[in-house]
Design a protein around this ligand. Structure first.
Ligand SMILES: Nc1nc2c([nH]c(=O)n2[C@@H]2O[C@H](COP(=O)(O)OP(=O)(O)OP(=O)(O)O)[C@@H](O)[C@H]2O)c(=O)[nH]1
Ligand SMILES: [Mg+2]
Length: 128
């Protein structure tokens, strides 16, 4: 089963907005860049905008494709398309009750992310 996912690296003033995956979710208890599965024949960028509205209550006005990571978790293969979100309206919240946090990019290594996110966190840190 291959799942295509769009995720947003929401950036503002050197900080990034992250969310804690609920324990009931795949890779629960780990931090994530908000986003979710692309619907059938839905363009990833469209999925990104939809998911960030659904999960964080923001309207994305500017985004830039960053990187794609494919990862096999054993139970599930994911293809994650990461976008940097550099413009949005509204103030991001955990709209689905998830714990959220603004963290400095430099502090990202203090947070446990799913395995697929490791190259993304590394790339963000290296770019500092
Ligand atoms: N959103 C998001 N998902 C990630 C990240 N890293 C990562 O491995 N994933 C995986 O990608 C998949 C994304 O699914 P999701 O649970 O966010 O999907 P969704 O919002 O559509 O949720 P739903 O299934 O509850 O409707 C999960 O298997 C999750 O473990 C990440 O940084 N952000
Ligand atoms: Mg999601």
């Amino acid at each position: 089963m291959l799942v295509r996912v769009a995720a947003g690296i929401i950036l503002r003033d050197g900080a990034v907005f992250i969310a804690l995956r609920k324990s009931s979710q795949h890779q629960g208890g780990l931090w994530e860049f908000p986003g979710g599965k692309c619907e059938l024949s839905e363009e990833p960028e469209v999925a990104l905008l939809r998911e960030l509205e659904e999960e964080c209550a923001i309207q994305v006005t500017e985004n830039h494709y960053f990187k794609t990571v494919s990862h096999d978790y054993g139970d599930k293969v994911v293809e994650l398309l990461f976008y940097k979100v550099t413009g949005f309206t509204g103030e991001p919240i955990g709209k689905e009750g998830q714990e959220v946090r603004w963290v400095s990019v430099v502090d990202l290594p203090d947070y446990a992310f799913p395995e697929a996110n490791v190259p993304i966190v590394d790339a963000l840190i290296s770019a500092l």
